[in-house]
Every structure is written in C-alpha cells, then in structure tokens.
Design a protein around this ligand. Sequence first.
Ligand code: M6R
Length: 629
Amino acid sequence: MCGIVAFTGTVDTIPVLLGGLRRLEYRGYDSAGVALQLPTEIKTIKRQGKVLQLHEAVDKAIAAGELGQMPTTGIGHTRWATHGIPNEANAHPHSDCTGEVAVVHNGIIENHAHLRAALSERGHRFFSQTDTEVIAHLIEEEYQATPGDLAQAVRTTVAQLSGSFALAICHAKHPGVLVVTRNDSPLVVGKAAYGVLAASDTPAIIEHTRRVYFLDDRDVAVLHQNGTIDFFDPAGTAYSPTAVTIEWDLEDAERGGYPDFMLKEIHEQPKVIKDTLAGRFDDKNHQILFEELALSAQEMSDVDRVIIVACGTSYHAGLIGKDLLEAWGRLPVEVAYASEFRYRNPLLTAQTLVIAISQSGETADTLEAVKLARRAGAHVLAITNVVGSRITMEANNVVFIKAHIEIAVAATKSFLAQVAQLTLLAAHIAQQRGEVDGRWVSELYEHMQELPAKIEELLTDTATAAIERCAAECAAAQTALFIGRGVGATTCYEGALKLKEISYLHAEAFAAGEIKHGPIALIDPEGLSDPRRQTPVIAVTCQSATYDKMLANIEEMQARGAKVIALATVGDERIAQLTPYVISIPKVRECLSPILASVPLQLFARFVALIRGANVDQPRNLAKSVTVE
Ligand code: M6R
C-alpha cells in the first residue's frame, strides 16, 4: 500500500511528483507529502488528506516564494496508514534529527520498535508514530560513519531492517542524487529524456517513459540528475540490469471520458476477454495453448492435486477455477485464502500444482504462500496482471491475464480476465490429461468467443438503466443478501464483495441451499407489510440443473418479506412472474455464466455506491495493492 515516487533531472520536479502521486493514489490516500531538494536544504511539505490537498499546499509555498528556483530533485508519497493515524506528522517524507535526510517508504518495518528504542537511547528524537522514521535516523547515523557515501549509508541501514520496504531517499548534502532500494515491496525505475524516476508502480512514470528496470530484493539504485543510474546488488557490486518496455500507455492510465475508472474498466471488459482468448487456440490440432505452463503432458498427468491460493476477488476467481478444473480435469482442487494457507502446515508435494492468483502480483499473503509452496517443492504457477511484479519473480511459471492496468480499487476487468484465463487453463489441463477431446475444446472456445459481444449487450444504455432501477430499490437498505447455486453462488460471493467494498452497504452471499440453515433469519418480516423494510436479495438464477431449486429459494425469501432482484437468462418468463426486478443476462453455457453475470453485479454495486454518495474509485480504508499482511 502507499505509493512512492522520486525524480531527479533537468526539469521542474514538482509536476512530475504530484502527477505521479495522483496516479498512485489508488495505493493509499489518507495523507501525502513531498520533499524537495533546494540549494541548501530539503523542504518538506505534507498534508493529511488526498494529493489534491498536498497540491494546494505546494501551490501556496510556490506563491509565497518558499521554494526559490525550480527544484529539479525530489521524492513524494501517498499514504495508507499502518503505523500511526493518518495525520500530518505521520505523513511521509520522514526526516532525521538534522533535517538533512528525507525518506519515503512503502511497506512495513517489522523490527521498528526495537530499532526505535535503540535509536532513542542513542539520543535520536522522533516526530511521528511511524515505523518509517527509524530509517531516516539510521541513515543519519550510518552517513556519519561513511561521510559522503549516501548509497553505502543506505545499504548498511537496509541491512538492519526486517520487513518489507520500497524506499526513496534524498540528502541535503547530495543535490541531484536520489537513492532507492526495495525488499518485498514493488519499485520500478525509469529513464526519461530529461531525468530519471522511481515509483511504486508504472502508472506514476508512464507519462515520462516506458523503458523501466525492476530491482531485486535489497538492490540499491542511485539516480543522478544527468540521467544516469548506478545499480548495485546487496553486496555493493555494480551491475547493468535489462530494461523492460511497458506495453500499455498513458491513455490506459487515464479515465478517457468516463466519470470514474471503475466504469471505464467495466466497459473495457469485452476487449479484455478478446485479448485473453487471442492466440490461445490452435485450430489445426484443436488444442488450447498454454506454453507458459511449461509442464509436459506427462508432468501434467503426474499432478495429483491442485491448490489455488489468492485473496479477495482473486480468491473468488479461484473458486470458479476449482469447479471447472474438477469437473473437466477430474483433479482434486482446494482453494485457500493465502492469509490462512501460509500459517497452516499445508500438504504439499512435488506432484502438487499450486496456482497463485493475484491481479497486482504484490499481495503480501499471496507472495508468502508462493514462497512456502516453492520451499515445499510444489510447482507454482502464478496468474497475474502485472509484468515485473513480485509474484513473477517467485513462481515457477507465469500466466499474464490481459486486463491491462486496473486503477479503481474494486477489481472488475481483472476478475473477468482471471475467470476467462482459468476457464482456458482448466480446459487445457483437462485435454492434457486426456479427460476431454479436441471437439469438446473447440466447442468451448467457440462459445467463449461469443462472450465479448454478449458483455457488450450488458453494457447498453437500456441494460444499465434496468440495473440502475434495481440499485435504487436497494440503496437505502441496511443489508443485502446474495444467493446462487454452483458457479452462481461464487458469482454472488464476488457480487457481495463488490457491493460492500464500494457502497458500504453490508452484503453477504450464500449458497442458496444454505439459506434455510440460518441466513433466512436475516430477512426482516416487517417487509411483508412495509416495502421500505424489505430486505434486498439478489438472486443469480441463470439456466442450470438447479434452476427450479433457485426459484423455490426465491419464493421462500419472498414469503418472508424479501425484495428479490433476479439475474436471469433473457426471456425467462417464470422469473418475470415472481419479481418485477429482473436483470437479463444473454443465454450462455452455465460454466461461462459467471463471466456474464458478474458484469451487472459490478454495475449494480457502482450504482448503489453512487446513490449513497461514495467514491467508487477510492473506497474508504482500502488500497489497490495489499502489500502488508
Ligand atoms: O492484487 P490481488 O489480486 O492479489 O488483490 C487481492 C485482493 O486484495 C483484491 O482482489 C481485492 O479483494 C479487490 N480489490 C476487491 O475488489
């Protein structure tokens, strides 16, 4: 969480830093700050609140002449509080006792309490409650030991830190120089025509360059104003890394005329599915291709168990993957929350295939689960959206989903891309294991090719108006329940997560067969006589073997006072007789129905959030990448 950005070059650093921070706000947005290198000092400006508040403060400082001539070197930070409340004192950058060192940090220093106590004993004074501040004071001490060598001071400081960190540091005695380093937190370094940059994520620098470098754990890079970068490994040996070219561009990181990123990303889903399917089918041999998997047919048939590890929305994609892998590949599949998996003693062997799903590739718990699985000798396949992310370095193989950059905190297009990718993967594995034949695979692929057009149908004005009407019916409720069966239940888990995270309306999802075992008690009986008290129940009721049972569940809920909003296959007359609130889904095979049914649920959550006055892109208390556990 938290976003850091750093720039040194020949142009004004302020727009580079503030522009970068705005693009990193999805990582945290409770306070923000910059440290600017002025000729004789470091000037720090921080504010509680969003980057906008910081921008206003910087403008004031410029107007008051406090920044002198245009500063060309600086570091910036947007925070998601972990240690200490979100206030100005805890906002980054943090400084040492002399005010010469400024540090921005993303991550958590696990041994900060011990370091802080020792530094305090040695006379250091602290100004914040953060874990980060110890770093500034340690650099102050280490710099005294190696005067003039900032990189060495950073290296010896970092050697004392445990935990996760991406750091950018400037020093008053080193004009035009920045030092950056990382461990278990992301950091990208880029070279532009007019300077060098570093940031937590590529959106912050894509406006300036698409040529980037990724550092390994505890490597140090020294960025110079003249555009050169020195890279060092943890032992201090210089090396030349290979540059990576980022494939997406600035337009992808902009709202492009949409009122918010979430809506833009929802509308990008037809293209995301097209991109996911492209190149995956060999129509000569009737095979789904997964060259990245790098497991031979023999190795694949040796796999005796699959464990999918993930968090949040990615976990829900994993649940759908499980159903398909078991049904088609006839393999036992377990889906585990990465945060639980890493703390138990899971059964792992060389025959276990672990599939780790993470949009960001940075989620701390998922990364730890991957490391644990690798140590136990399992083969780990990562499914991620982010090139150069941590997970790509930890897994045996990587499959990239083709969602392109996702900025809204709520995962939408990445979820659809994950589910589509898992569907293809399940078919591939089933075929490798001889469980399905080429004809079966071709038919599935044909059906999948129809998905983009079907998603477009769900995004028309008429379709979204129907969803908005249903959202208006629920926005004032205290709680909303989601019910479904089979993959419909999993679709509901994701729908409920989307609703609660962006609208703050409490929502829970249940396998519909479970409602009589407890959840039905949540239906407010007052709803039978007072429509304002009706508990909204969103029922995913697409055509399936359990369709009749779903109708029975709907009637049971209504009989107790629920207001049922049904997602049903277009033209479903039986549903229309049960409820006036119907959201139609194009006809599709049941196994592909989550890909379609999730789209109206995303829009539904967004409409409810807007009606309730919430910020759909930056929901409270959340951040896009959860890089701390
Ligand atoms: O980047 P990841 O896929 O590993 O993130 C996991 C969750 O934090 C994430 O899916 C979260 O639940 C979503 N932002 C919810 O919309």
